[in-house]
Design a protein around this ligand. Structure first.
Ligand code: GN1
Ligand code: MG
Length: 355
């Protein structure tokens, strides 16, 4: 893959030098991401997974609109983070479509950037949550209908549960027997769908990031302050409770998403509190009262739903998320359901931080 990138993709971006160094970057589950360094520059190059993103052109156009909007705000000192902006091809395009050989786009690389997979302090959680809040606040005056839905019904729990039901019915890899306890667990949680059906219609549609994992907020490695929000792939209209939820999902556990040390997987109350402080410090005056009331639901839905998606993919034979071994998706699902249970167990204390 790396040789292909060097020889067949880089020339489209005007990089013809044979000294370009190409190395894999990040931990994404969907796209192929590389850091490209050459004698007088560096950039991030991505092969977009077109099985997942069926309209990749819309994806790069969405990201471009967001970057432009944020850049305008930055000029007026209304946005303080760095911006990941598209690097155009030498013909001035936002991406290059090589058909079966992939859909490739580049974005600028931010020097001094540093990402983490596990939060180790309240300060880290606070500044990342504040950064995601700042990002959403800066986008709150961009018309949400300007962005195309790159993955329709992306955060749609009823649809995700239906997909799990279909996978269970098919059981095409004969894996159901080894995970039926988790399947039963999901089906026992369906009361949450009623709560969701009541709240969702009264929430405004806003531009959401939709993948607010801790490693999508880059720190400045010189002082660990927040530097930039990255991975704008799934930015589209939706409900901000899910952005809050994905922070809770990926910041609060002391273990990584695919850790198998389930005995350590739990929601750290002090980190949850720091997320609430950081996020609301930027959004308190933007969010409606209904949105504020929805945040706790968003946290529960996201933890359950990502678990459902991993479990479904395990039953379907790992066709969606990149995996490193056969039970990888099942392990991820078990991890996420364990975190979800920890949320429910601490409901009494945790909800206080949202008051
Ligand atoms: C995927 O590839 P990555 O890491 O950006 C997924 C998210 C999941 C996440 C779980 C388009 O994101 O929805 O929350 O894995 N992205 C897509 O880690 O499905
Ligand atoms: Mg992503």
């Amino acid at each position: 893959m790396i040789d292909f990138v060097r020889q067949s993709v880089l020339p489209y971006f005007g990089i013809r030098t044979s000294d370009a160094k190409v190395s894999p970057l990040g931990n994404g589950h969907i796209n192929d991401t590389f850091l490209v360094r050459w004698s007088n520059g560096e950039l991030v190059l991505q092969g977009i997974n077109t099985q997942v993103f069926k309209t990749p052109k819309a994806l790069v156009e969405n990201a471009h609109k967001i970057a432009e909007h944020l850049a305008t705000k930055r000029q007026k000192s209304e946005y303080s983070l760095e911006i990941v902006a598209p690097v155009r091809t030498d013909k001035g395009l936002l991406a290059v479509d090589l058909g079966e050989q992939g859909f490739w786009r580049a974005i600028n690389y931010l020097p001094h950037s540093h990402s983490i997979d596990v939060v180790s302090s309240e300060d880290e959680a606070f500044s990342a949550a504040k950064a995601f809040g700042h990002f959403s606040s800066a986008l709150s005056d961009l018309d949400a209908t300007q962005l195309e839905d790159v993955i329709p019904q992306f955060h749609h729990l009823p649809g995700r549960i239906d997909q799990l039901k279909a996978a269970v019915t098919c059981d095409q890899e004969n894996r159901l027997a080894s995970c039926s306890d988790w399947v039963d667990f999901v089906f026992s949680q369906q009361d949450i769908l009623q709560e969701l059906a009541q709240i969702s219609p009264i929430l405004p549609l806003r531009i959401c990031h939709n993948d607010t994992k801790i490693n999508n907020m880059l720190y400045d490695k010189r002082d660990m302050s927040s530097l930039a929000i990255i991975d704008l792939d799934t930015c589209m209209k939706g409900h901000l409770m899910y952005d809050f939820g994905d922070m809770v999902r990926t910041f609060t556990s002391p273990e990584e998403e695919d850790s198998t040390s389930l005995e350590n997987v739990h929601v750290r109350e002090s980190i949850f509190a720091a997320i609430c402080r950081g996020y609301l410090s930027e959004l308190d005056t933007v969010l409606t009262q209904d949105e504020k009331s929805s945040l706790w639901l968003g946290a529960r839905v996201i933890c359950l739903m990502i678990g459902v998606r991993f479990l479904t993919d395990h039953l379907n034979g790992d066709v969606y998320f990149n995996i490193h071994h056969e039970s990888h998706n099942l392990q991820r699902a078990a991890n996420q359901f364990t975190l979800y249970k920890s949320l429910l167990e601490q409901e009494g204390q945790l909800k206080n931080y949202l008051k």
